[in-house]
Write a protein that binds this ligand. Sequence first.
Ligand SMILES: [Zn+2]
Length: 479
Amino acid sequence: MSKSNVYITTAIAYVNDKPHIGHAMDFLYADVLARYYRQEGHKVVLGTGVDEHGLKIAEKAADKGMKPKEYTDSIVPSWLEFADKLGMKYDNFMRTTDPHHEKTAQKIWKDLEKYIYKSAYVGWYCVGCEEYKTETHVKETENVCPLHNREYEKIEEENYFFALSQFNDEIKKRITDGSFKIVPKKRRNEILSVLEEGLEDISISRPKSKLAWGIPVPGDKDHVMYVWFEALMNYITVLGYPDEKDFKDFWPAHTQVIGKDILRFHAAIWPAMLLGLGIELPKTLYVHGHISADGKKMSKSLGNVIDPVEVISKYGLDTFRYFFTRHISSYEDSDFTWEKLDSAYNDELANDLGNALQRVVSMVVRYQDGVIGGMPESNHDIGAYQDAMEECRFDHALDAVWDQVKGVNQYIELEKPWQIAKEGDEEHLKEVLAEAASSLMQIGELLKPFMPDTSKKIIQTLSEGVIVAPKTSLFPRFE
Ligand SMILES: [Zn+2]
């Protein structure tokens, strides 16, 4: 039986600034999932894209004395470079200024027209969030957005509204019956309580007189679409919706990866749009937490912003990928410190993994002229690893791999191959080293989605007919 197709998305990135660690997490998690399902024999599309409209981009471009499109043209290549640096291998990429996206957004608007109406909007807006804010929220935060340290704008205008409230019960039902799965549970409960209170209709356009930079509302030259409303459509336009094969073959998404700050867009507005269009909902929405640094929220003014590119240039890509999937919780908020990164590198990568490989290789070279006799199929149970991957618990999946890494070292300590060599029991020695090598081969396989380069080195080293000790260790210790 052929395996189901798998479509994974990163959150669509808003390109008003350079990519930061939050984007890196989206890209990394989505890439790990894509690699995992590819390895499991599925056909996989990893889709990503950039969100280029809205007030924040218009402001940023104006600051730089550029037209909005000129500005986004200048910054988009750096986002693609960033994806490369993180080792993210995406298949499809879509800009929201792409003619296909713009044309399709207008078609979708028309297809949703029975849920769209015009009405007066009076309320608040945070340009930083590109989000309308409720009166209660504005009061609670004393008129300043805590995320952006910026006053809300009071908006009074005639806008188009989307009848989000009509979809409230259906979305609740899909989440409750598990057909639209949200992990972790905490985020699922969070959105369920929003649904319990009841969704309100949302404004989905801005008058062109106030914001010209957006996709025109079809049939009304005085309005442009609200940036989030059309940006969410990127998840299907990137597959060539409505007519292209990728959409037919790969939608509904297997997993959409997002950060917790944009839960409401993806767990309420997006499913409502899909239901309105008569399109299936994604199967899973995976919501990761935020990262702080040294116990504090990262901010430019505190100077504690962790630049993923800096981590990669100091420690290497695989160490970055390892640390941020294992030591940053897959479900909760986490704190980053350089000390934690250092000790993960030294204790786990150099000591546990690097040593296990080096010891086995050097004994095979020394005692058996580099020939591993009859490596058995590894029979370690990988159920815990697979279960963790299915639940996007990357940290737990790597814990399971590390149990096995430690197991190899313990096995060597216990069996003492150097002793067996001294006693001259060649058969037994061969068995012991082959067992250890086979376990390492399996570790190499399990690490493939996380540490592609390390995985390749382990497998290549052990697959040679006559193996030789690698010139450098996998993770040389820092002096
Ligand atoms: Zn804000």
